[in-house]
Design a protein. Structure first.
Length: 100
């Protein structure tokens, strides 16, 4: 197997790994929009954003990494929920594009 083939296989494995995170992200968006969320939800969401921003960048998915990082930073800065939801939707769009 060539190096290019190995990188391609790893990239595909990463995409398979993050596929379930799309539904998790959508659930968080729904909870935030309805107001039915806890501080633990916010911490878990920030942790997911932080982890995905690093891992997506490592696999060359820059758009996804930037969207997740923007969410991570916004959460650290205490962005208001309506504005945070907009960041989450941008992250969702980037995640969809990565998985397409």
């Amino acid at each position: 197997m060539t190096l290019e083939e190995k990188i391609s296989a790893l990239s595909e494995e990463y995409r398979d790994h993050i596929r379930p995170e799309l539904e998790v992200l959508r659930a968080y968006i729904s909870r935030l929009q309805s107001g039915d969320y806890t501080p633990e939800d916010l911490r878990a969401l920030q942790q997911l954003a932080h982890m995905q921003s690093g891992s997506a960048g490592s696999f060359g998915y820059e758009q996804l990494a930037e969207a997740a990082k923007a969410t991570d930073v916004a959460m650290i800065q205490g962005l208001a929920i309506p504005d945070l939801v907009q960041r989450l939707k941008a992250w969702e769009t980037a995640l969809n594009a990565t998985l397409a």
